[in-house]
Ligand binder design. Structure first.
Ligand code: FDA
Length: 511
């Protein structure tokens, strides 16, 4: 304990002197002695479940304004053996960007959020402290025919999202965020600033899906923007069990990954009270079409999914940026500057999990899911089925560390929130996950890194591990790419400086 305290005092002295030497005029280091420390920490920590179960608080929160302040933090943390947690948007489901069981500091990237768009070659440099809403807003202010393929929730951070995948409503046409990254600025464990050329192919490959934290602090990504029609079409059609929801979801599994890649139909499943006051399941078919007019969309639906009964009045024409607001749940006509609102008021207790489905789930399997959904009484949980196929299946499994490509029909996202009785809700989601075993991918049962779930395997609390222990979760998230990630990690960070409960291990030997 004594040595840990000495280390933290020495660390803070080291950092303060380095940052003062750089003549920074703004406050960059917040320790528990600062009156704003608690409020800043609370604003950073989104998942209340983790705050209540973890006693450790950061020795300091560092809010760098430039690369040299990040270098200073790495230098002092390495010297005094202090763990760094890097936070961009703070959406990590297990709080790995702001919680640790051992002494640590948080590097909060929030001040580094510039976005520079180049319309000559349709690219953008985006600092990792930006949130997706800021990116979408900036693109829309620049052009009505450019877009980017990344997540639906505007408060998600670029840093975590881009380094783990990044699935969007246009992913069937344009792939994931990682598929469109063309350069990056990373600061490694030696404090060196690297770009694509100087980091080399292996590290550039690893940070596009392998999770940023294992390899360094990513300061910025350069991406290729995608072109989008001036008008797109959205629909959201809800059907209950009384309106054949089971049969519709069953059929959706046969068409959702094969249909025109300009059309992405996601399904949201939740338990609701029906018009006749009975509890029922509602399946909401929520879609974006970027391949033509309403007539084209209706024709595709008639040929592939007539059972849904989509009609013209269900289809709403709008711009791409309006569709971003639509999917984020903003009321029609909201100004686009609501996308600039940074996280701050939507915190709760929650747990999420993921699965991939490679064979359609039979109707009796779906009915079992409905029973689970009807069981939960508080903060009704939701399942999301997100279709793959299209461009996602044309990219090889080893092109980026994100391996979930051809052969996956859709991804399942499980989510439960609560205000009391955490254990009961955790038991519920784990029991549902267990029930799903026969219906989802096997050997390994794969998972999406960005829907972080420590139930599928974890390193030790301080982040150290061996290959065998890390393989348990590593092959689920990366399949055979895990071995290449381990080789890259061993090369670029042999002392395992950047580590957490699901970071890539360093190996001396594979067993
Ligand atoms: P956060 O800051 O918590 O970082 C996540 C991880 O990345 C942590 O381990 C962190 O240390 C590391 N990290 C962050 N910045 C880094 C940096 N600059 N350098 C190195 N490492 C860094 N996903 C999806 O694909 N499509 C979607 O539509 C959505 N929607 C969605 C909605 C909501 C409400 C939530 C909570 C989550 C999603 N996600 C998602 C999942 C999301 O992609 C995932 O949680 C990301 O990791 C979040 O990135 P943040 O930067 O916000 O998280």
């Amino acid at each position: 304990l004594c040595s840990a305290q000495n280390n933290s005092t020495d660390f803070l002295e080291c950092l303060t002197s380095q940052i003062q030497a750089s003549n920074s005029t703004q406050n960059v280091i917040y320790t528990p002695q600062n009156s704003s420390y608690s409020s800043i920490f609370q604003a950073l920590a989104r998942n209340l479940r983790l705050i209540s179960t973890s006693k450790e608080r950061p020795l300091a929160i560092i809010t760098p304004n430039n690369e040299s302040e990040i270098q200073a933090t790495i230098h002092c943390a390495k010297k005094y053996d202090i763990l760094i947690r890097v936070r961009s948007g703070g959406h990590d489901y297990e709080g790995l960007s702001y919680i640790s069981q051992t002494p640590f500091v948080i590097v909060d990237m929030g001040n580094l959020r510039s976005i520079l768009i180049d319309t000559d070659d349709n690219t953008a440099w985006i600092q990792t402290g930006a949130i997706l809403g800021e990116l979408y807003y900036t693109i829309a202010k620049t052009s009505t025919t450019l877009a980017f393929t990344a997540g639906v929730c505007p408060t998600v951070g670029v840093g975590g999202h881009f380094s783990g995948g990044g699935y969007s409503m246009i992913s069937r046409k344009h792939g994931l965020a990682v598929d469109n990254i063309i350069d990056a600025i990373v600061i490694n464990a030696n404090g060196k600033i690297l770009d694509r050329n100087s980091m080399g192919d292996d590290l550039f490959w690893a940070i596009r899906g392998g999770g940023g934290t294992s390899f360094g602090i990513v300061v910025a990504f350069k991406v290729k923007l995608v072109t989008i029609p001036e008008t797109v079409i959205v629909f959201n059609v809800a059907r209950t069990l009384e309106q054949n929801a089971t049969q519709l979801v069953h059929k959706w599994q046969y068409i959702s990954d094969k249909i025109d890649e300009n059309l992405l139909i996601r399904v949201f499943l939740r338990s609701v009270i029906s018009e006749s006051s009975n509890r029922t399941i509602q399946a909401s078919f929520t879609a974006l079409f970027i391949g033509g007019g309403v007539g084209d969309l209706l024709q595709i639906m008639e040929e592939n999914f007539p059972e849904l009964g989509l009609v013209e009045r269900d289809c709403i024409e709008m711009s791409w940026i309006e569709s971003i607001l639509f999917f984020a749940g903003y009321p029609n006509g909201s100004p686009i500057n609501v996308l600039l609102k940074r996280p701050g008021d939507c915190y709760n207790n929650f747990k999420g999990k993921s699965d991939y489905v490679r064979e359609p789930i039979p109707e009796h399997g779906l009915e079992g899911i409905w029973k689970y959904l009807n069981e939960e009484d508080e903060n009704r949980p939701e399942l999301q089925f997100s279709p793959y196929g299209g461009k996602l299946s044309t990219i090889s499994e080893s092109e980026t560390p994100f391996p979930h490509r051809s052969g996956n029909i859709f991804m399942i996202h499980y989510d439960v929130g609560w205000s009391t009785d955490a254990q009961r809700h955790l038991n519920w989601i784990r029991s549902l996950y267990s029930y799903m075993t026969p219906f989802v991918s096997k050997s390994p049962r794969t998972a999406y890194l960005n829907y972080r779930d420590l139930d599928i395997g974890r390193n030790n609390n301080e982040g150290n591990t061996n290959y065998k222990q890390a393989s348990v979760w590593g092959f689920k998230c990366f399949k055979n790419n895990f071995n290449r990630l381990v080789r890259v990690k061993t090369k670029v960070d042999p002392s395992n400086f950047f580590r957490n409960e699901q970071s890539i291990p360093v190996v001396v030997s594979y067993y």
